[in-house]
Design a protein around this ligand. Structure first.
Ligand code: 17E
Ligand code: FE2
Length: 415
């Protein structure tokens, strides 16, 4: 096969190499490749990485901050109230326009795999239909998974359960949930069982907003883990947020960790949002409100990262950049050792692909689809420290975006 694109002088995790691509597939990776291609890019020793994976975002509410008002308390619950008002006026065009703008921003920063939640507790299912359409429209340059997410609870309204099932029939990739926001603990447990029944009936993945609260009594994670173990769905299951895990007593956390290792479910932390929304009812000392990322990683469990929000009722800031998320994880989870820094970078790449169950088609290996990014720095460590420009985004074997790093020009002799 003759290459269509060659990247020269790449810094890869296993050392320097050239990468040859034919159409949309990686066909060779070795130093000083004796091949030529119509397009060759010298990346000059910069880091070439698999693309970032955004494993948790809400594209239906992205770019709506301030509509109809800003979140003053900074709590999850005020965010849900504001979104309940905003979602009354959703249209397909509104959703598609904002979701596409957010995806383009994310792709330009090196993210090519995204899992988004779509609120399905809104009677017209407009958010879901808009995001399913977007998933299809962008598929030649971006992979999107859509989770049917019942923001107001599966049992929070009389129609919500039926709406969930309808959303899955219409093509959602994963079944979502929010047990800590169901009206009672019993409803929360029942909702988890319902999610697993639906996932089995329609053969879908599971991604549950689980225990997103500082309440040390929020214990739906053990229910999710037990259901994963009993159904054998294991790595098809993801627990998002699990911030209460940061507040559990150590004896319970220790026991739970053993169960989690048996169930092999995935975890997603959203450090920017968790550090912002949680701890709001504390005085001092104020909790960090993040799940036990370092300990889950040390236990060998798959942990990935997400932005959760880009300018929405829960978080008025946000650029959808995965290196912002990685940096926050490093700081809040105190993962500053060299191996820990590397692990946090992996949480935004390969671990995200694991969460999305895409690992077979993800990564820089011969025979895999040619999706990769070039960062303007030599290593993962420098990527976290310097937050470099992603100079090239290559999707399906073609250059999708190029960004020229800024040039600093001193106008005076100093020093
Ligand atoms: N909805 C929710 O329940 N939790 C969140 N963090 C966001 C939306 C962003
Ligand atoms: Fe979320």
């Amino acid at each position: 096969m003759t290459p269509t694109l060659i990247l020269r002088n790449c810094a890869l995790v296993n050392g320097p190499a050239d990468i040859a691509i034919a159409n949309s597939t990686i066909i060779a990776i070795e130093p000083n490749l004796p091949l030529t291609a119509p397009t060759e890019i010298d990346v000059a020793g910069n880091l070439v990485s698999p693309p970032f994976v955004e494993s948790h975002i809400h594209l239906d509410s992205a770019l709506t901050a301030g509509q109809p008002r800003h979140n003053q308390s900074g709590t999850l619950f005020e965010g849900i109230e504001i979104w309940r008002e905003r979602k009354q006026s959703l249209t397909l065009d509104d959703i598609k326009h904002r979701a596409t703008a957010a995806l383009k921003l994310m792709a330009s920063q090196g993210t090519l795999f995204v899992r988004t939640h779509a609120d399905v507790s809104e009677a017209s299912l407009t958010a879901l239909q808009g995001l399913l359409e977007v998933r299809d429209t962008v598929k030649d340059w971006m992979t999107v998974q859509v989770v049917a997410f019942p923001q107001d609870g599966i049992y929070g309204g009389p129609k919500n359960d039926d709406l969930m099932e309808e959303a899955i029939k219409q093509g959602a990739d994963a079944v979502g949930g929010i047990p800590h926001y169901e009206l009672t603990r019993e409803d929360g447990v029942r909702s988890v069982h319902r999610i697993f029944d639906l996932a089995q009936k329609y053969d879908r993945l599971i991604d549950i907003h689980c225990d997103e609260i500082d309440d040390d009594q929020a214990r739906f994670l053990e229910v999710v883990s037990a259901c994963a173990l009993r159904t054998g769905l294991n790595e098809k299951v993801t627990a998002s947020h699990t911030t209460a895990f940061g507040s559990y007593n150590d004896a319970y956390a220790f026991k739970l960790m053993g169960f989690l290792k048996r169930s092999q479910i995935n975890f997603i932390a959203n450090p920017l949002i968790n550090i912002t929304l949680q701890g709001r009812t504390d005085t001092y000392p104020k909790r960090r409100g993040l799940t036990r990322v370092k300990e889950l990683w040390q236990a060998g469990l798959n942990v990935s990262l997400g932005n959760d929000c880009i300018q929405d009722p829960w978080y008025g800031l946000g650029m959808g950049h995965m290196l912002d998320v990685v940096s926050m994880a490093v700081h809040v989870c105190q993962m500053t050792g060299l191996k820990e820094l590397d692990a946090c970078y992996d949480m935004a790449t390969i671990c995200g692909a694991n969460t999305l169950n895409l690992q077979d088609s993800y990564g820089i290996q011969v025979g895999k689809p040619a999706n990769l990014i070039v960062l303007n720095c030599p290593s993962k460590y420098e990527a976290i420290r310097c937050r470099p420009v992603v100079s090239h985004v290559i999707s399906r074997g073609k250059v999708l975006v190029e960004t020229t790093p800024p040039e600093v020009k001193w106008q005076q002799e100093v020093g």
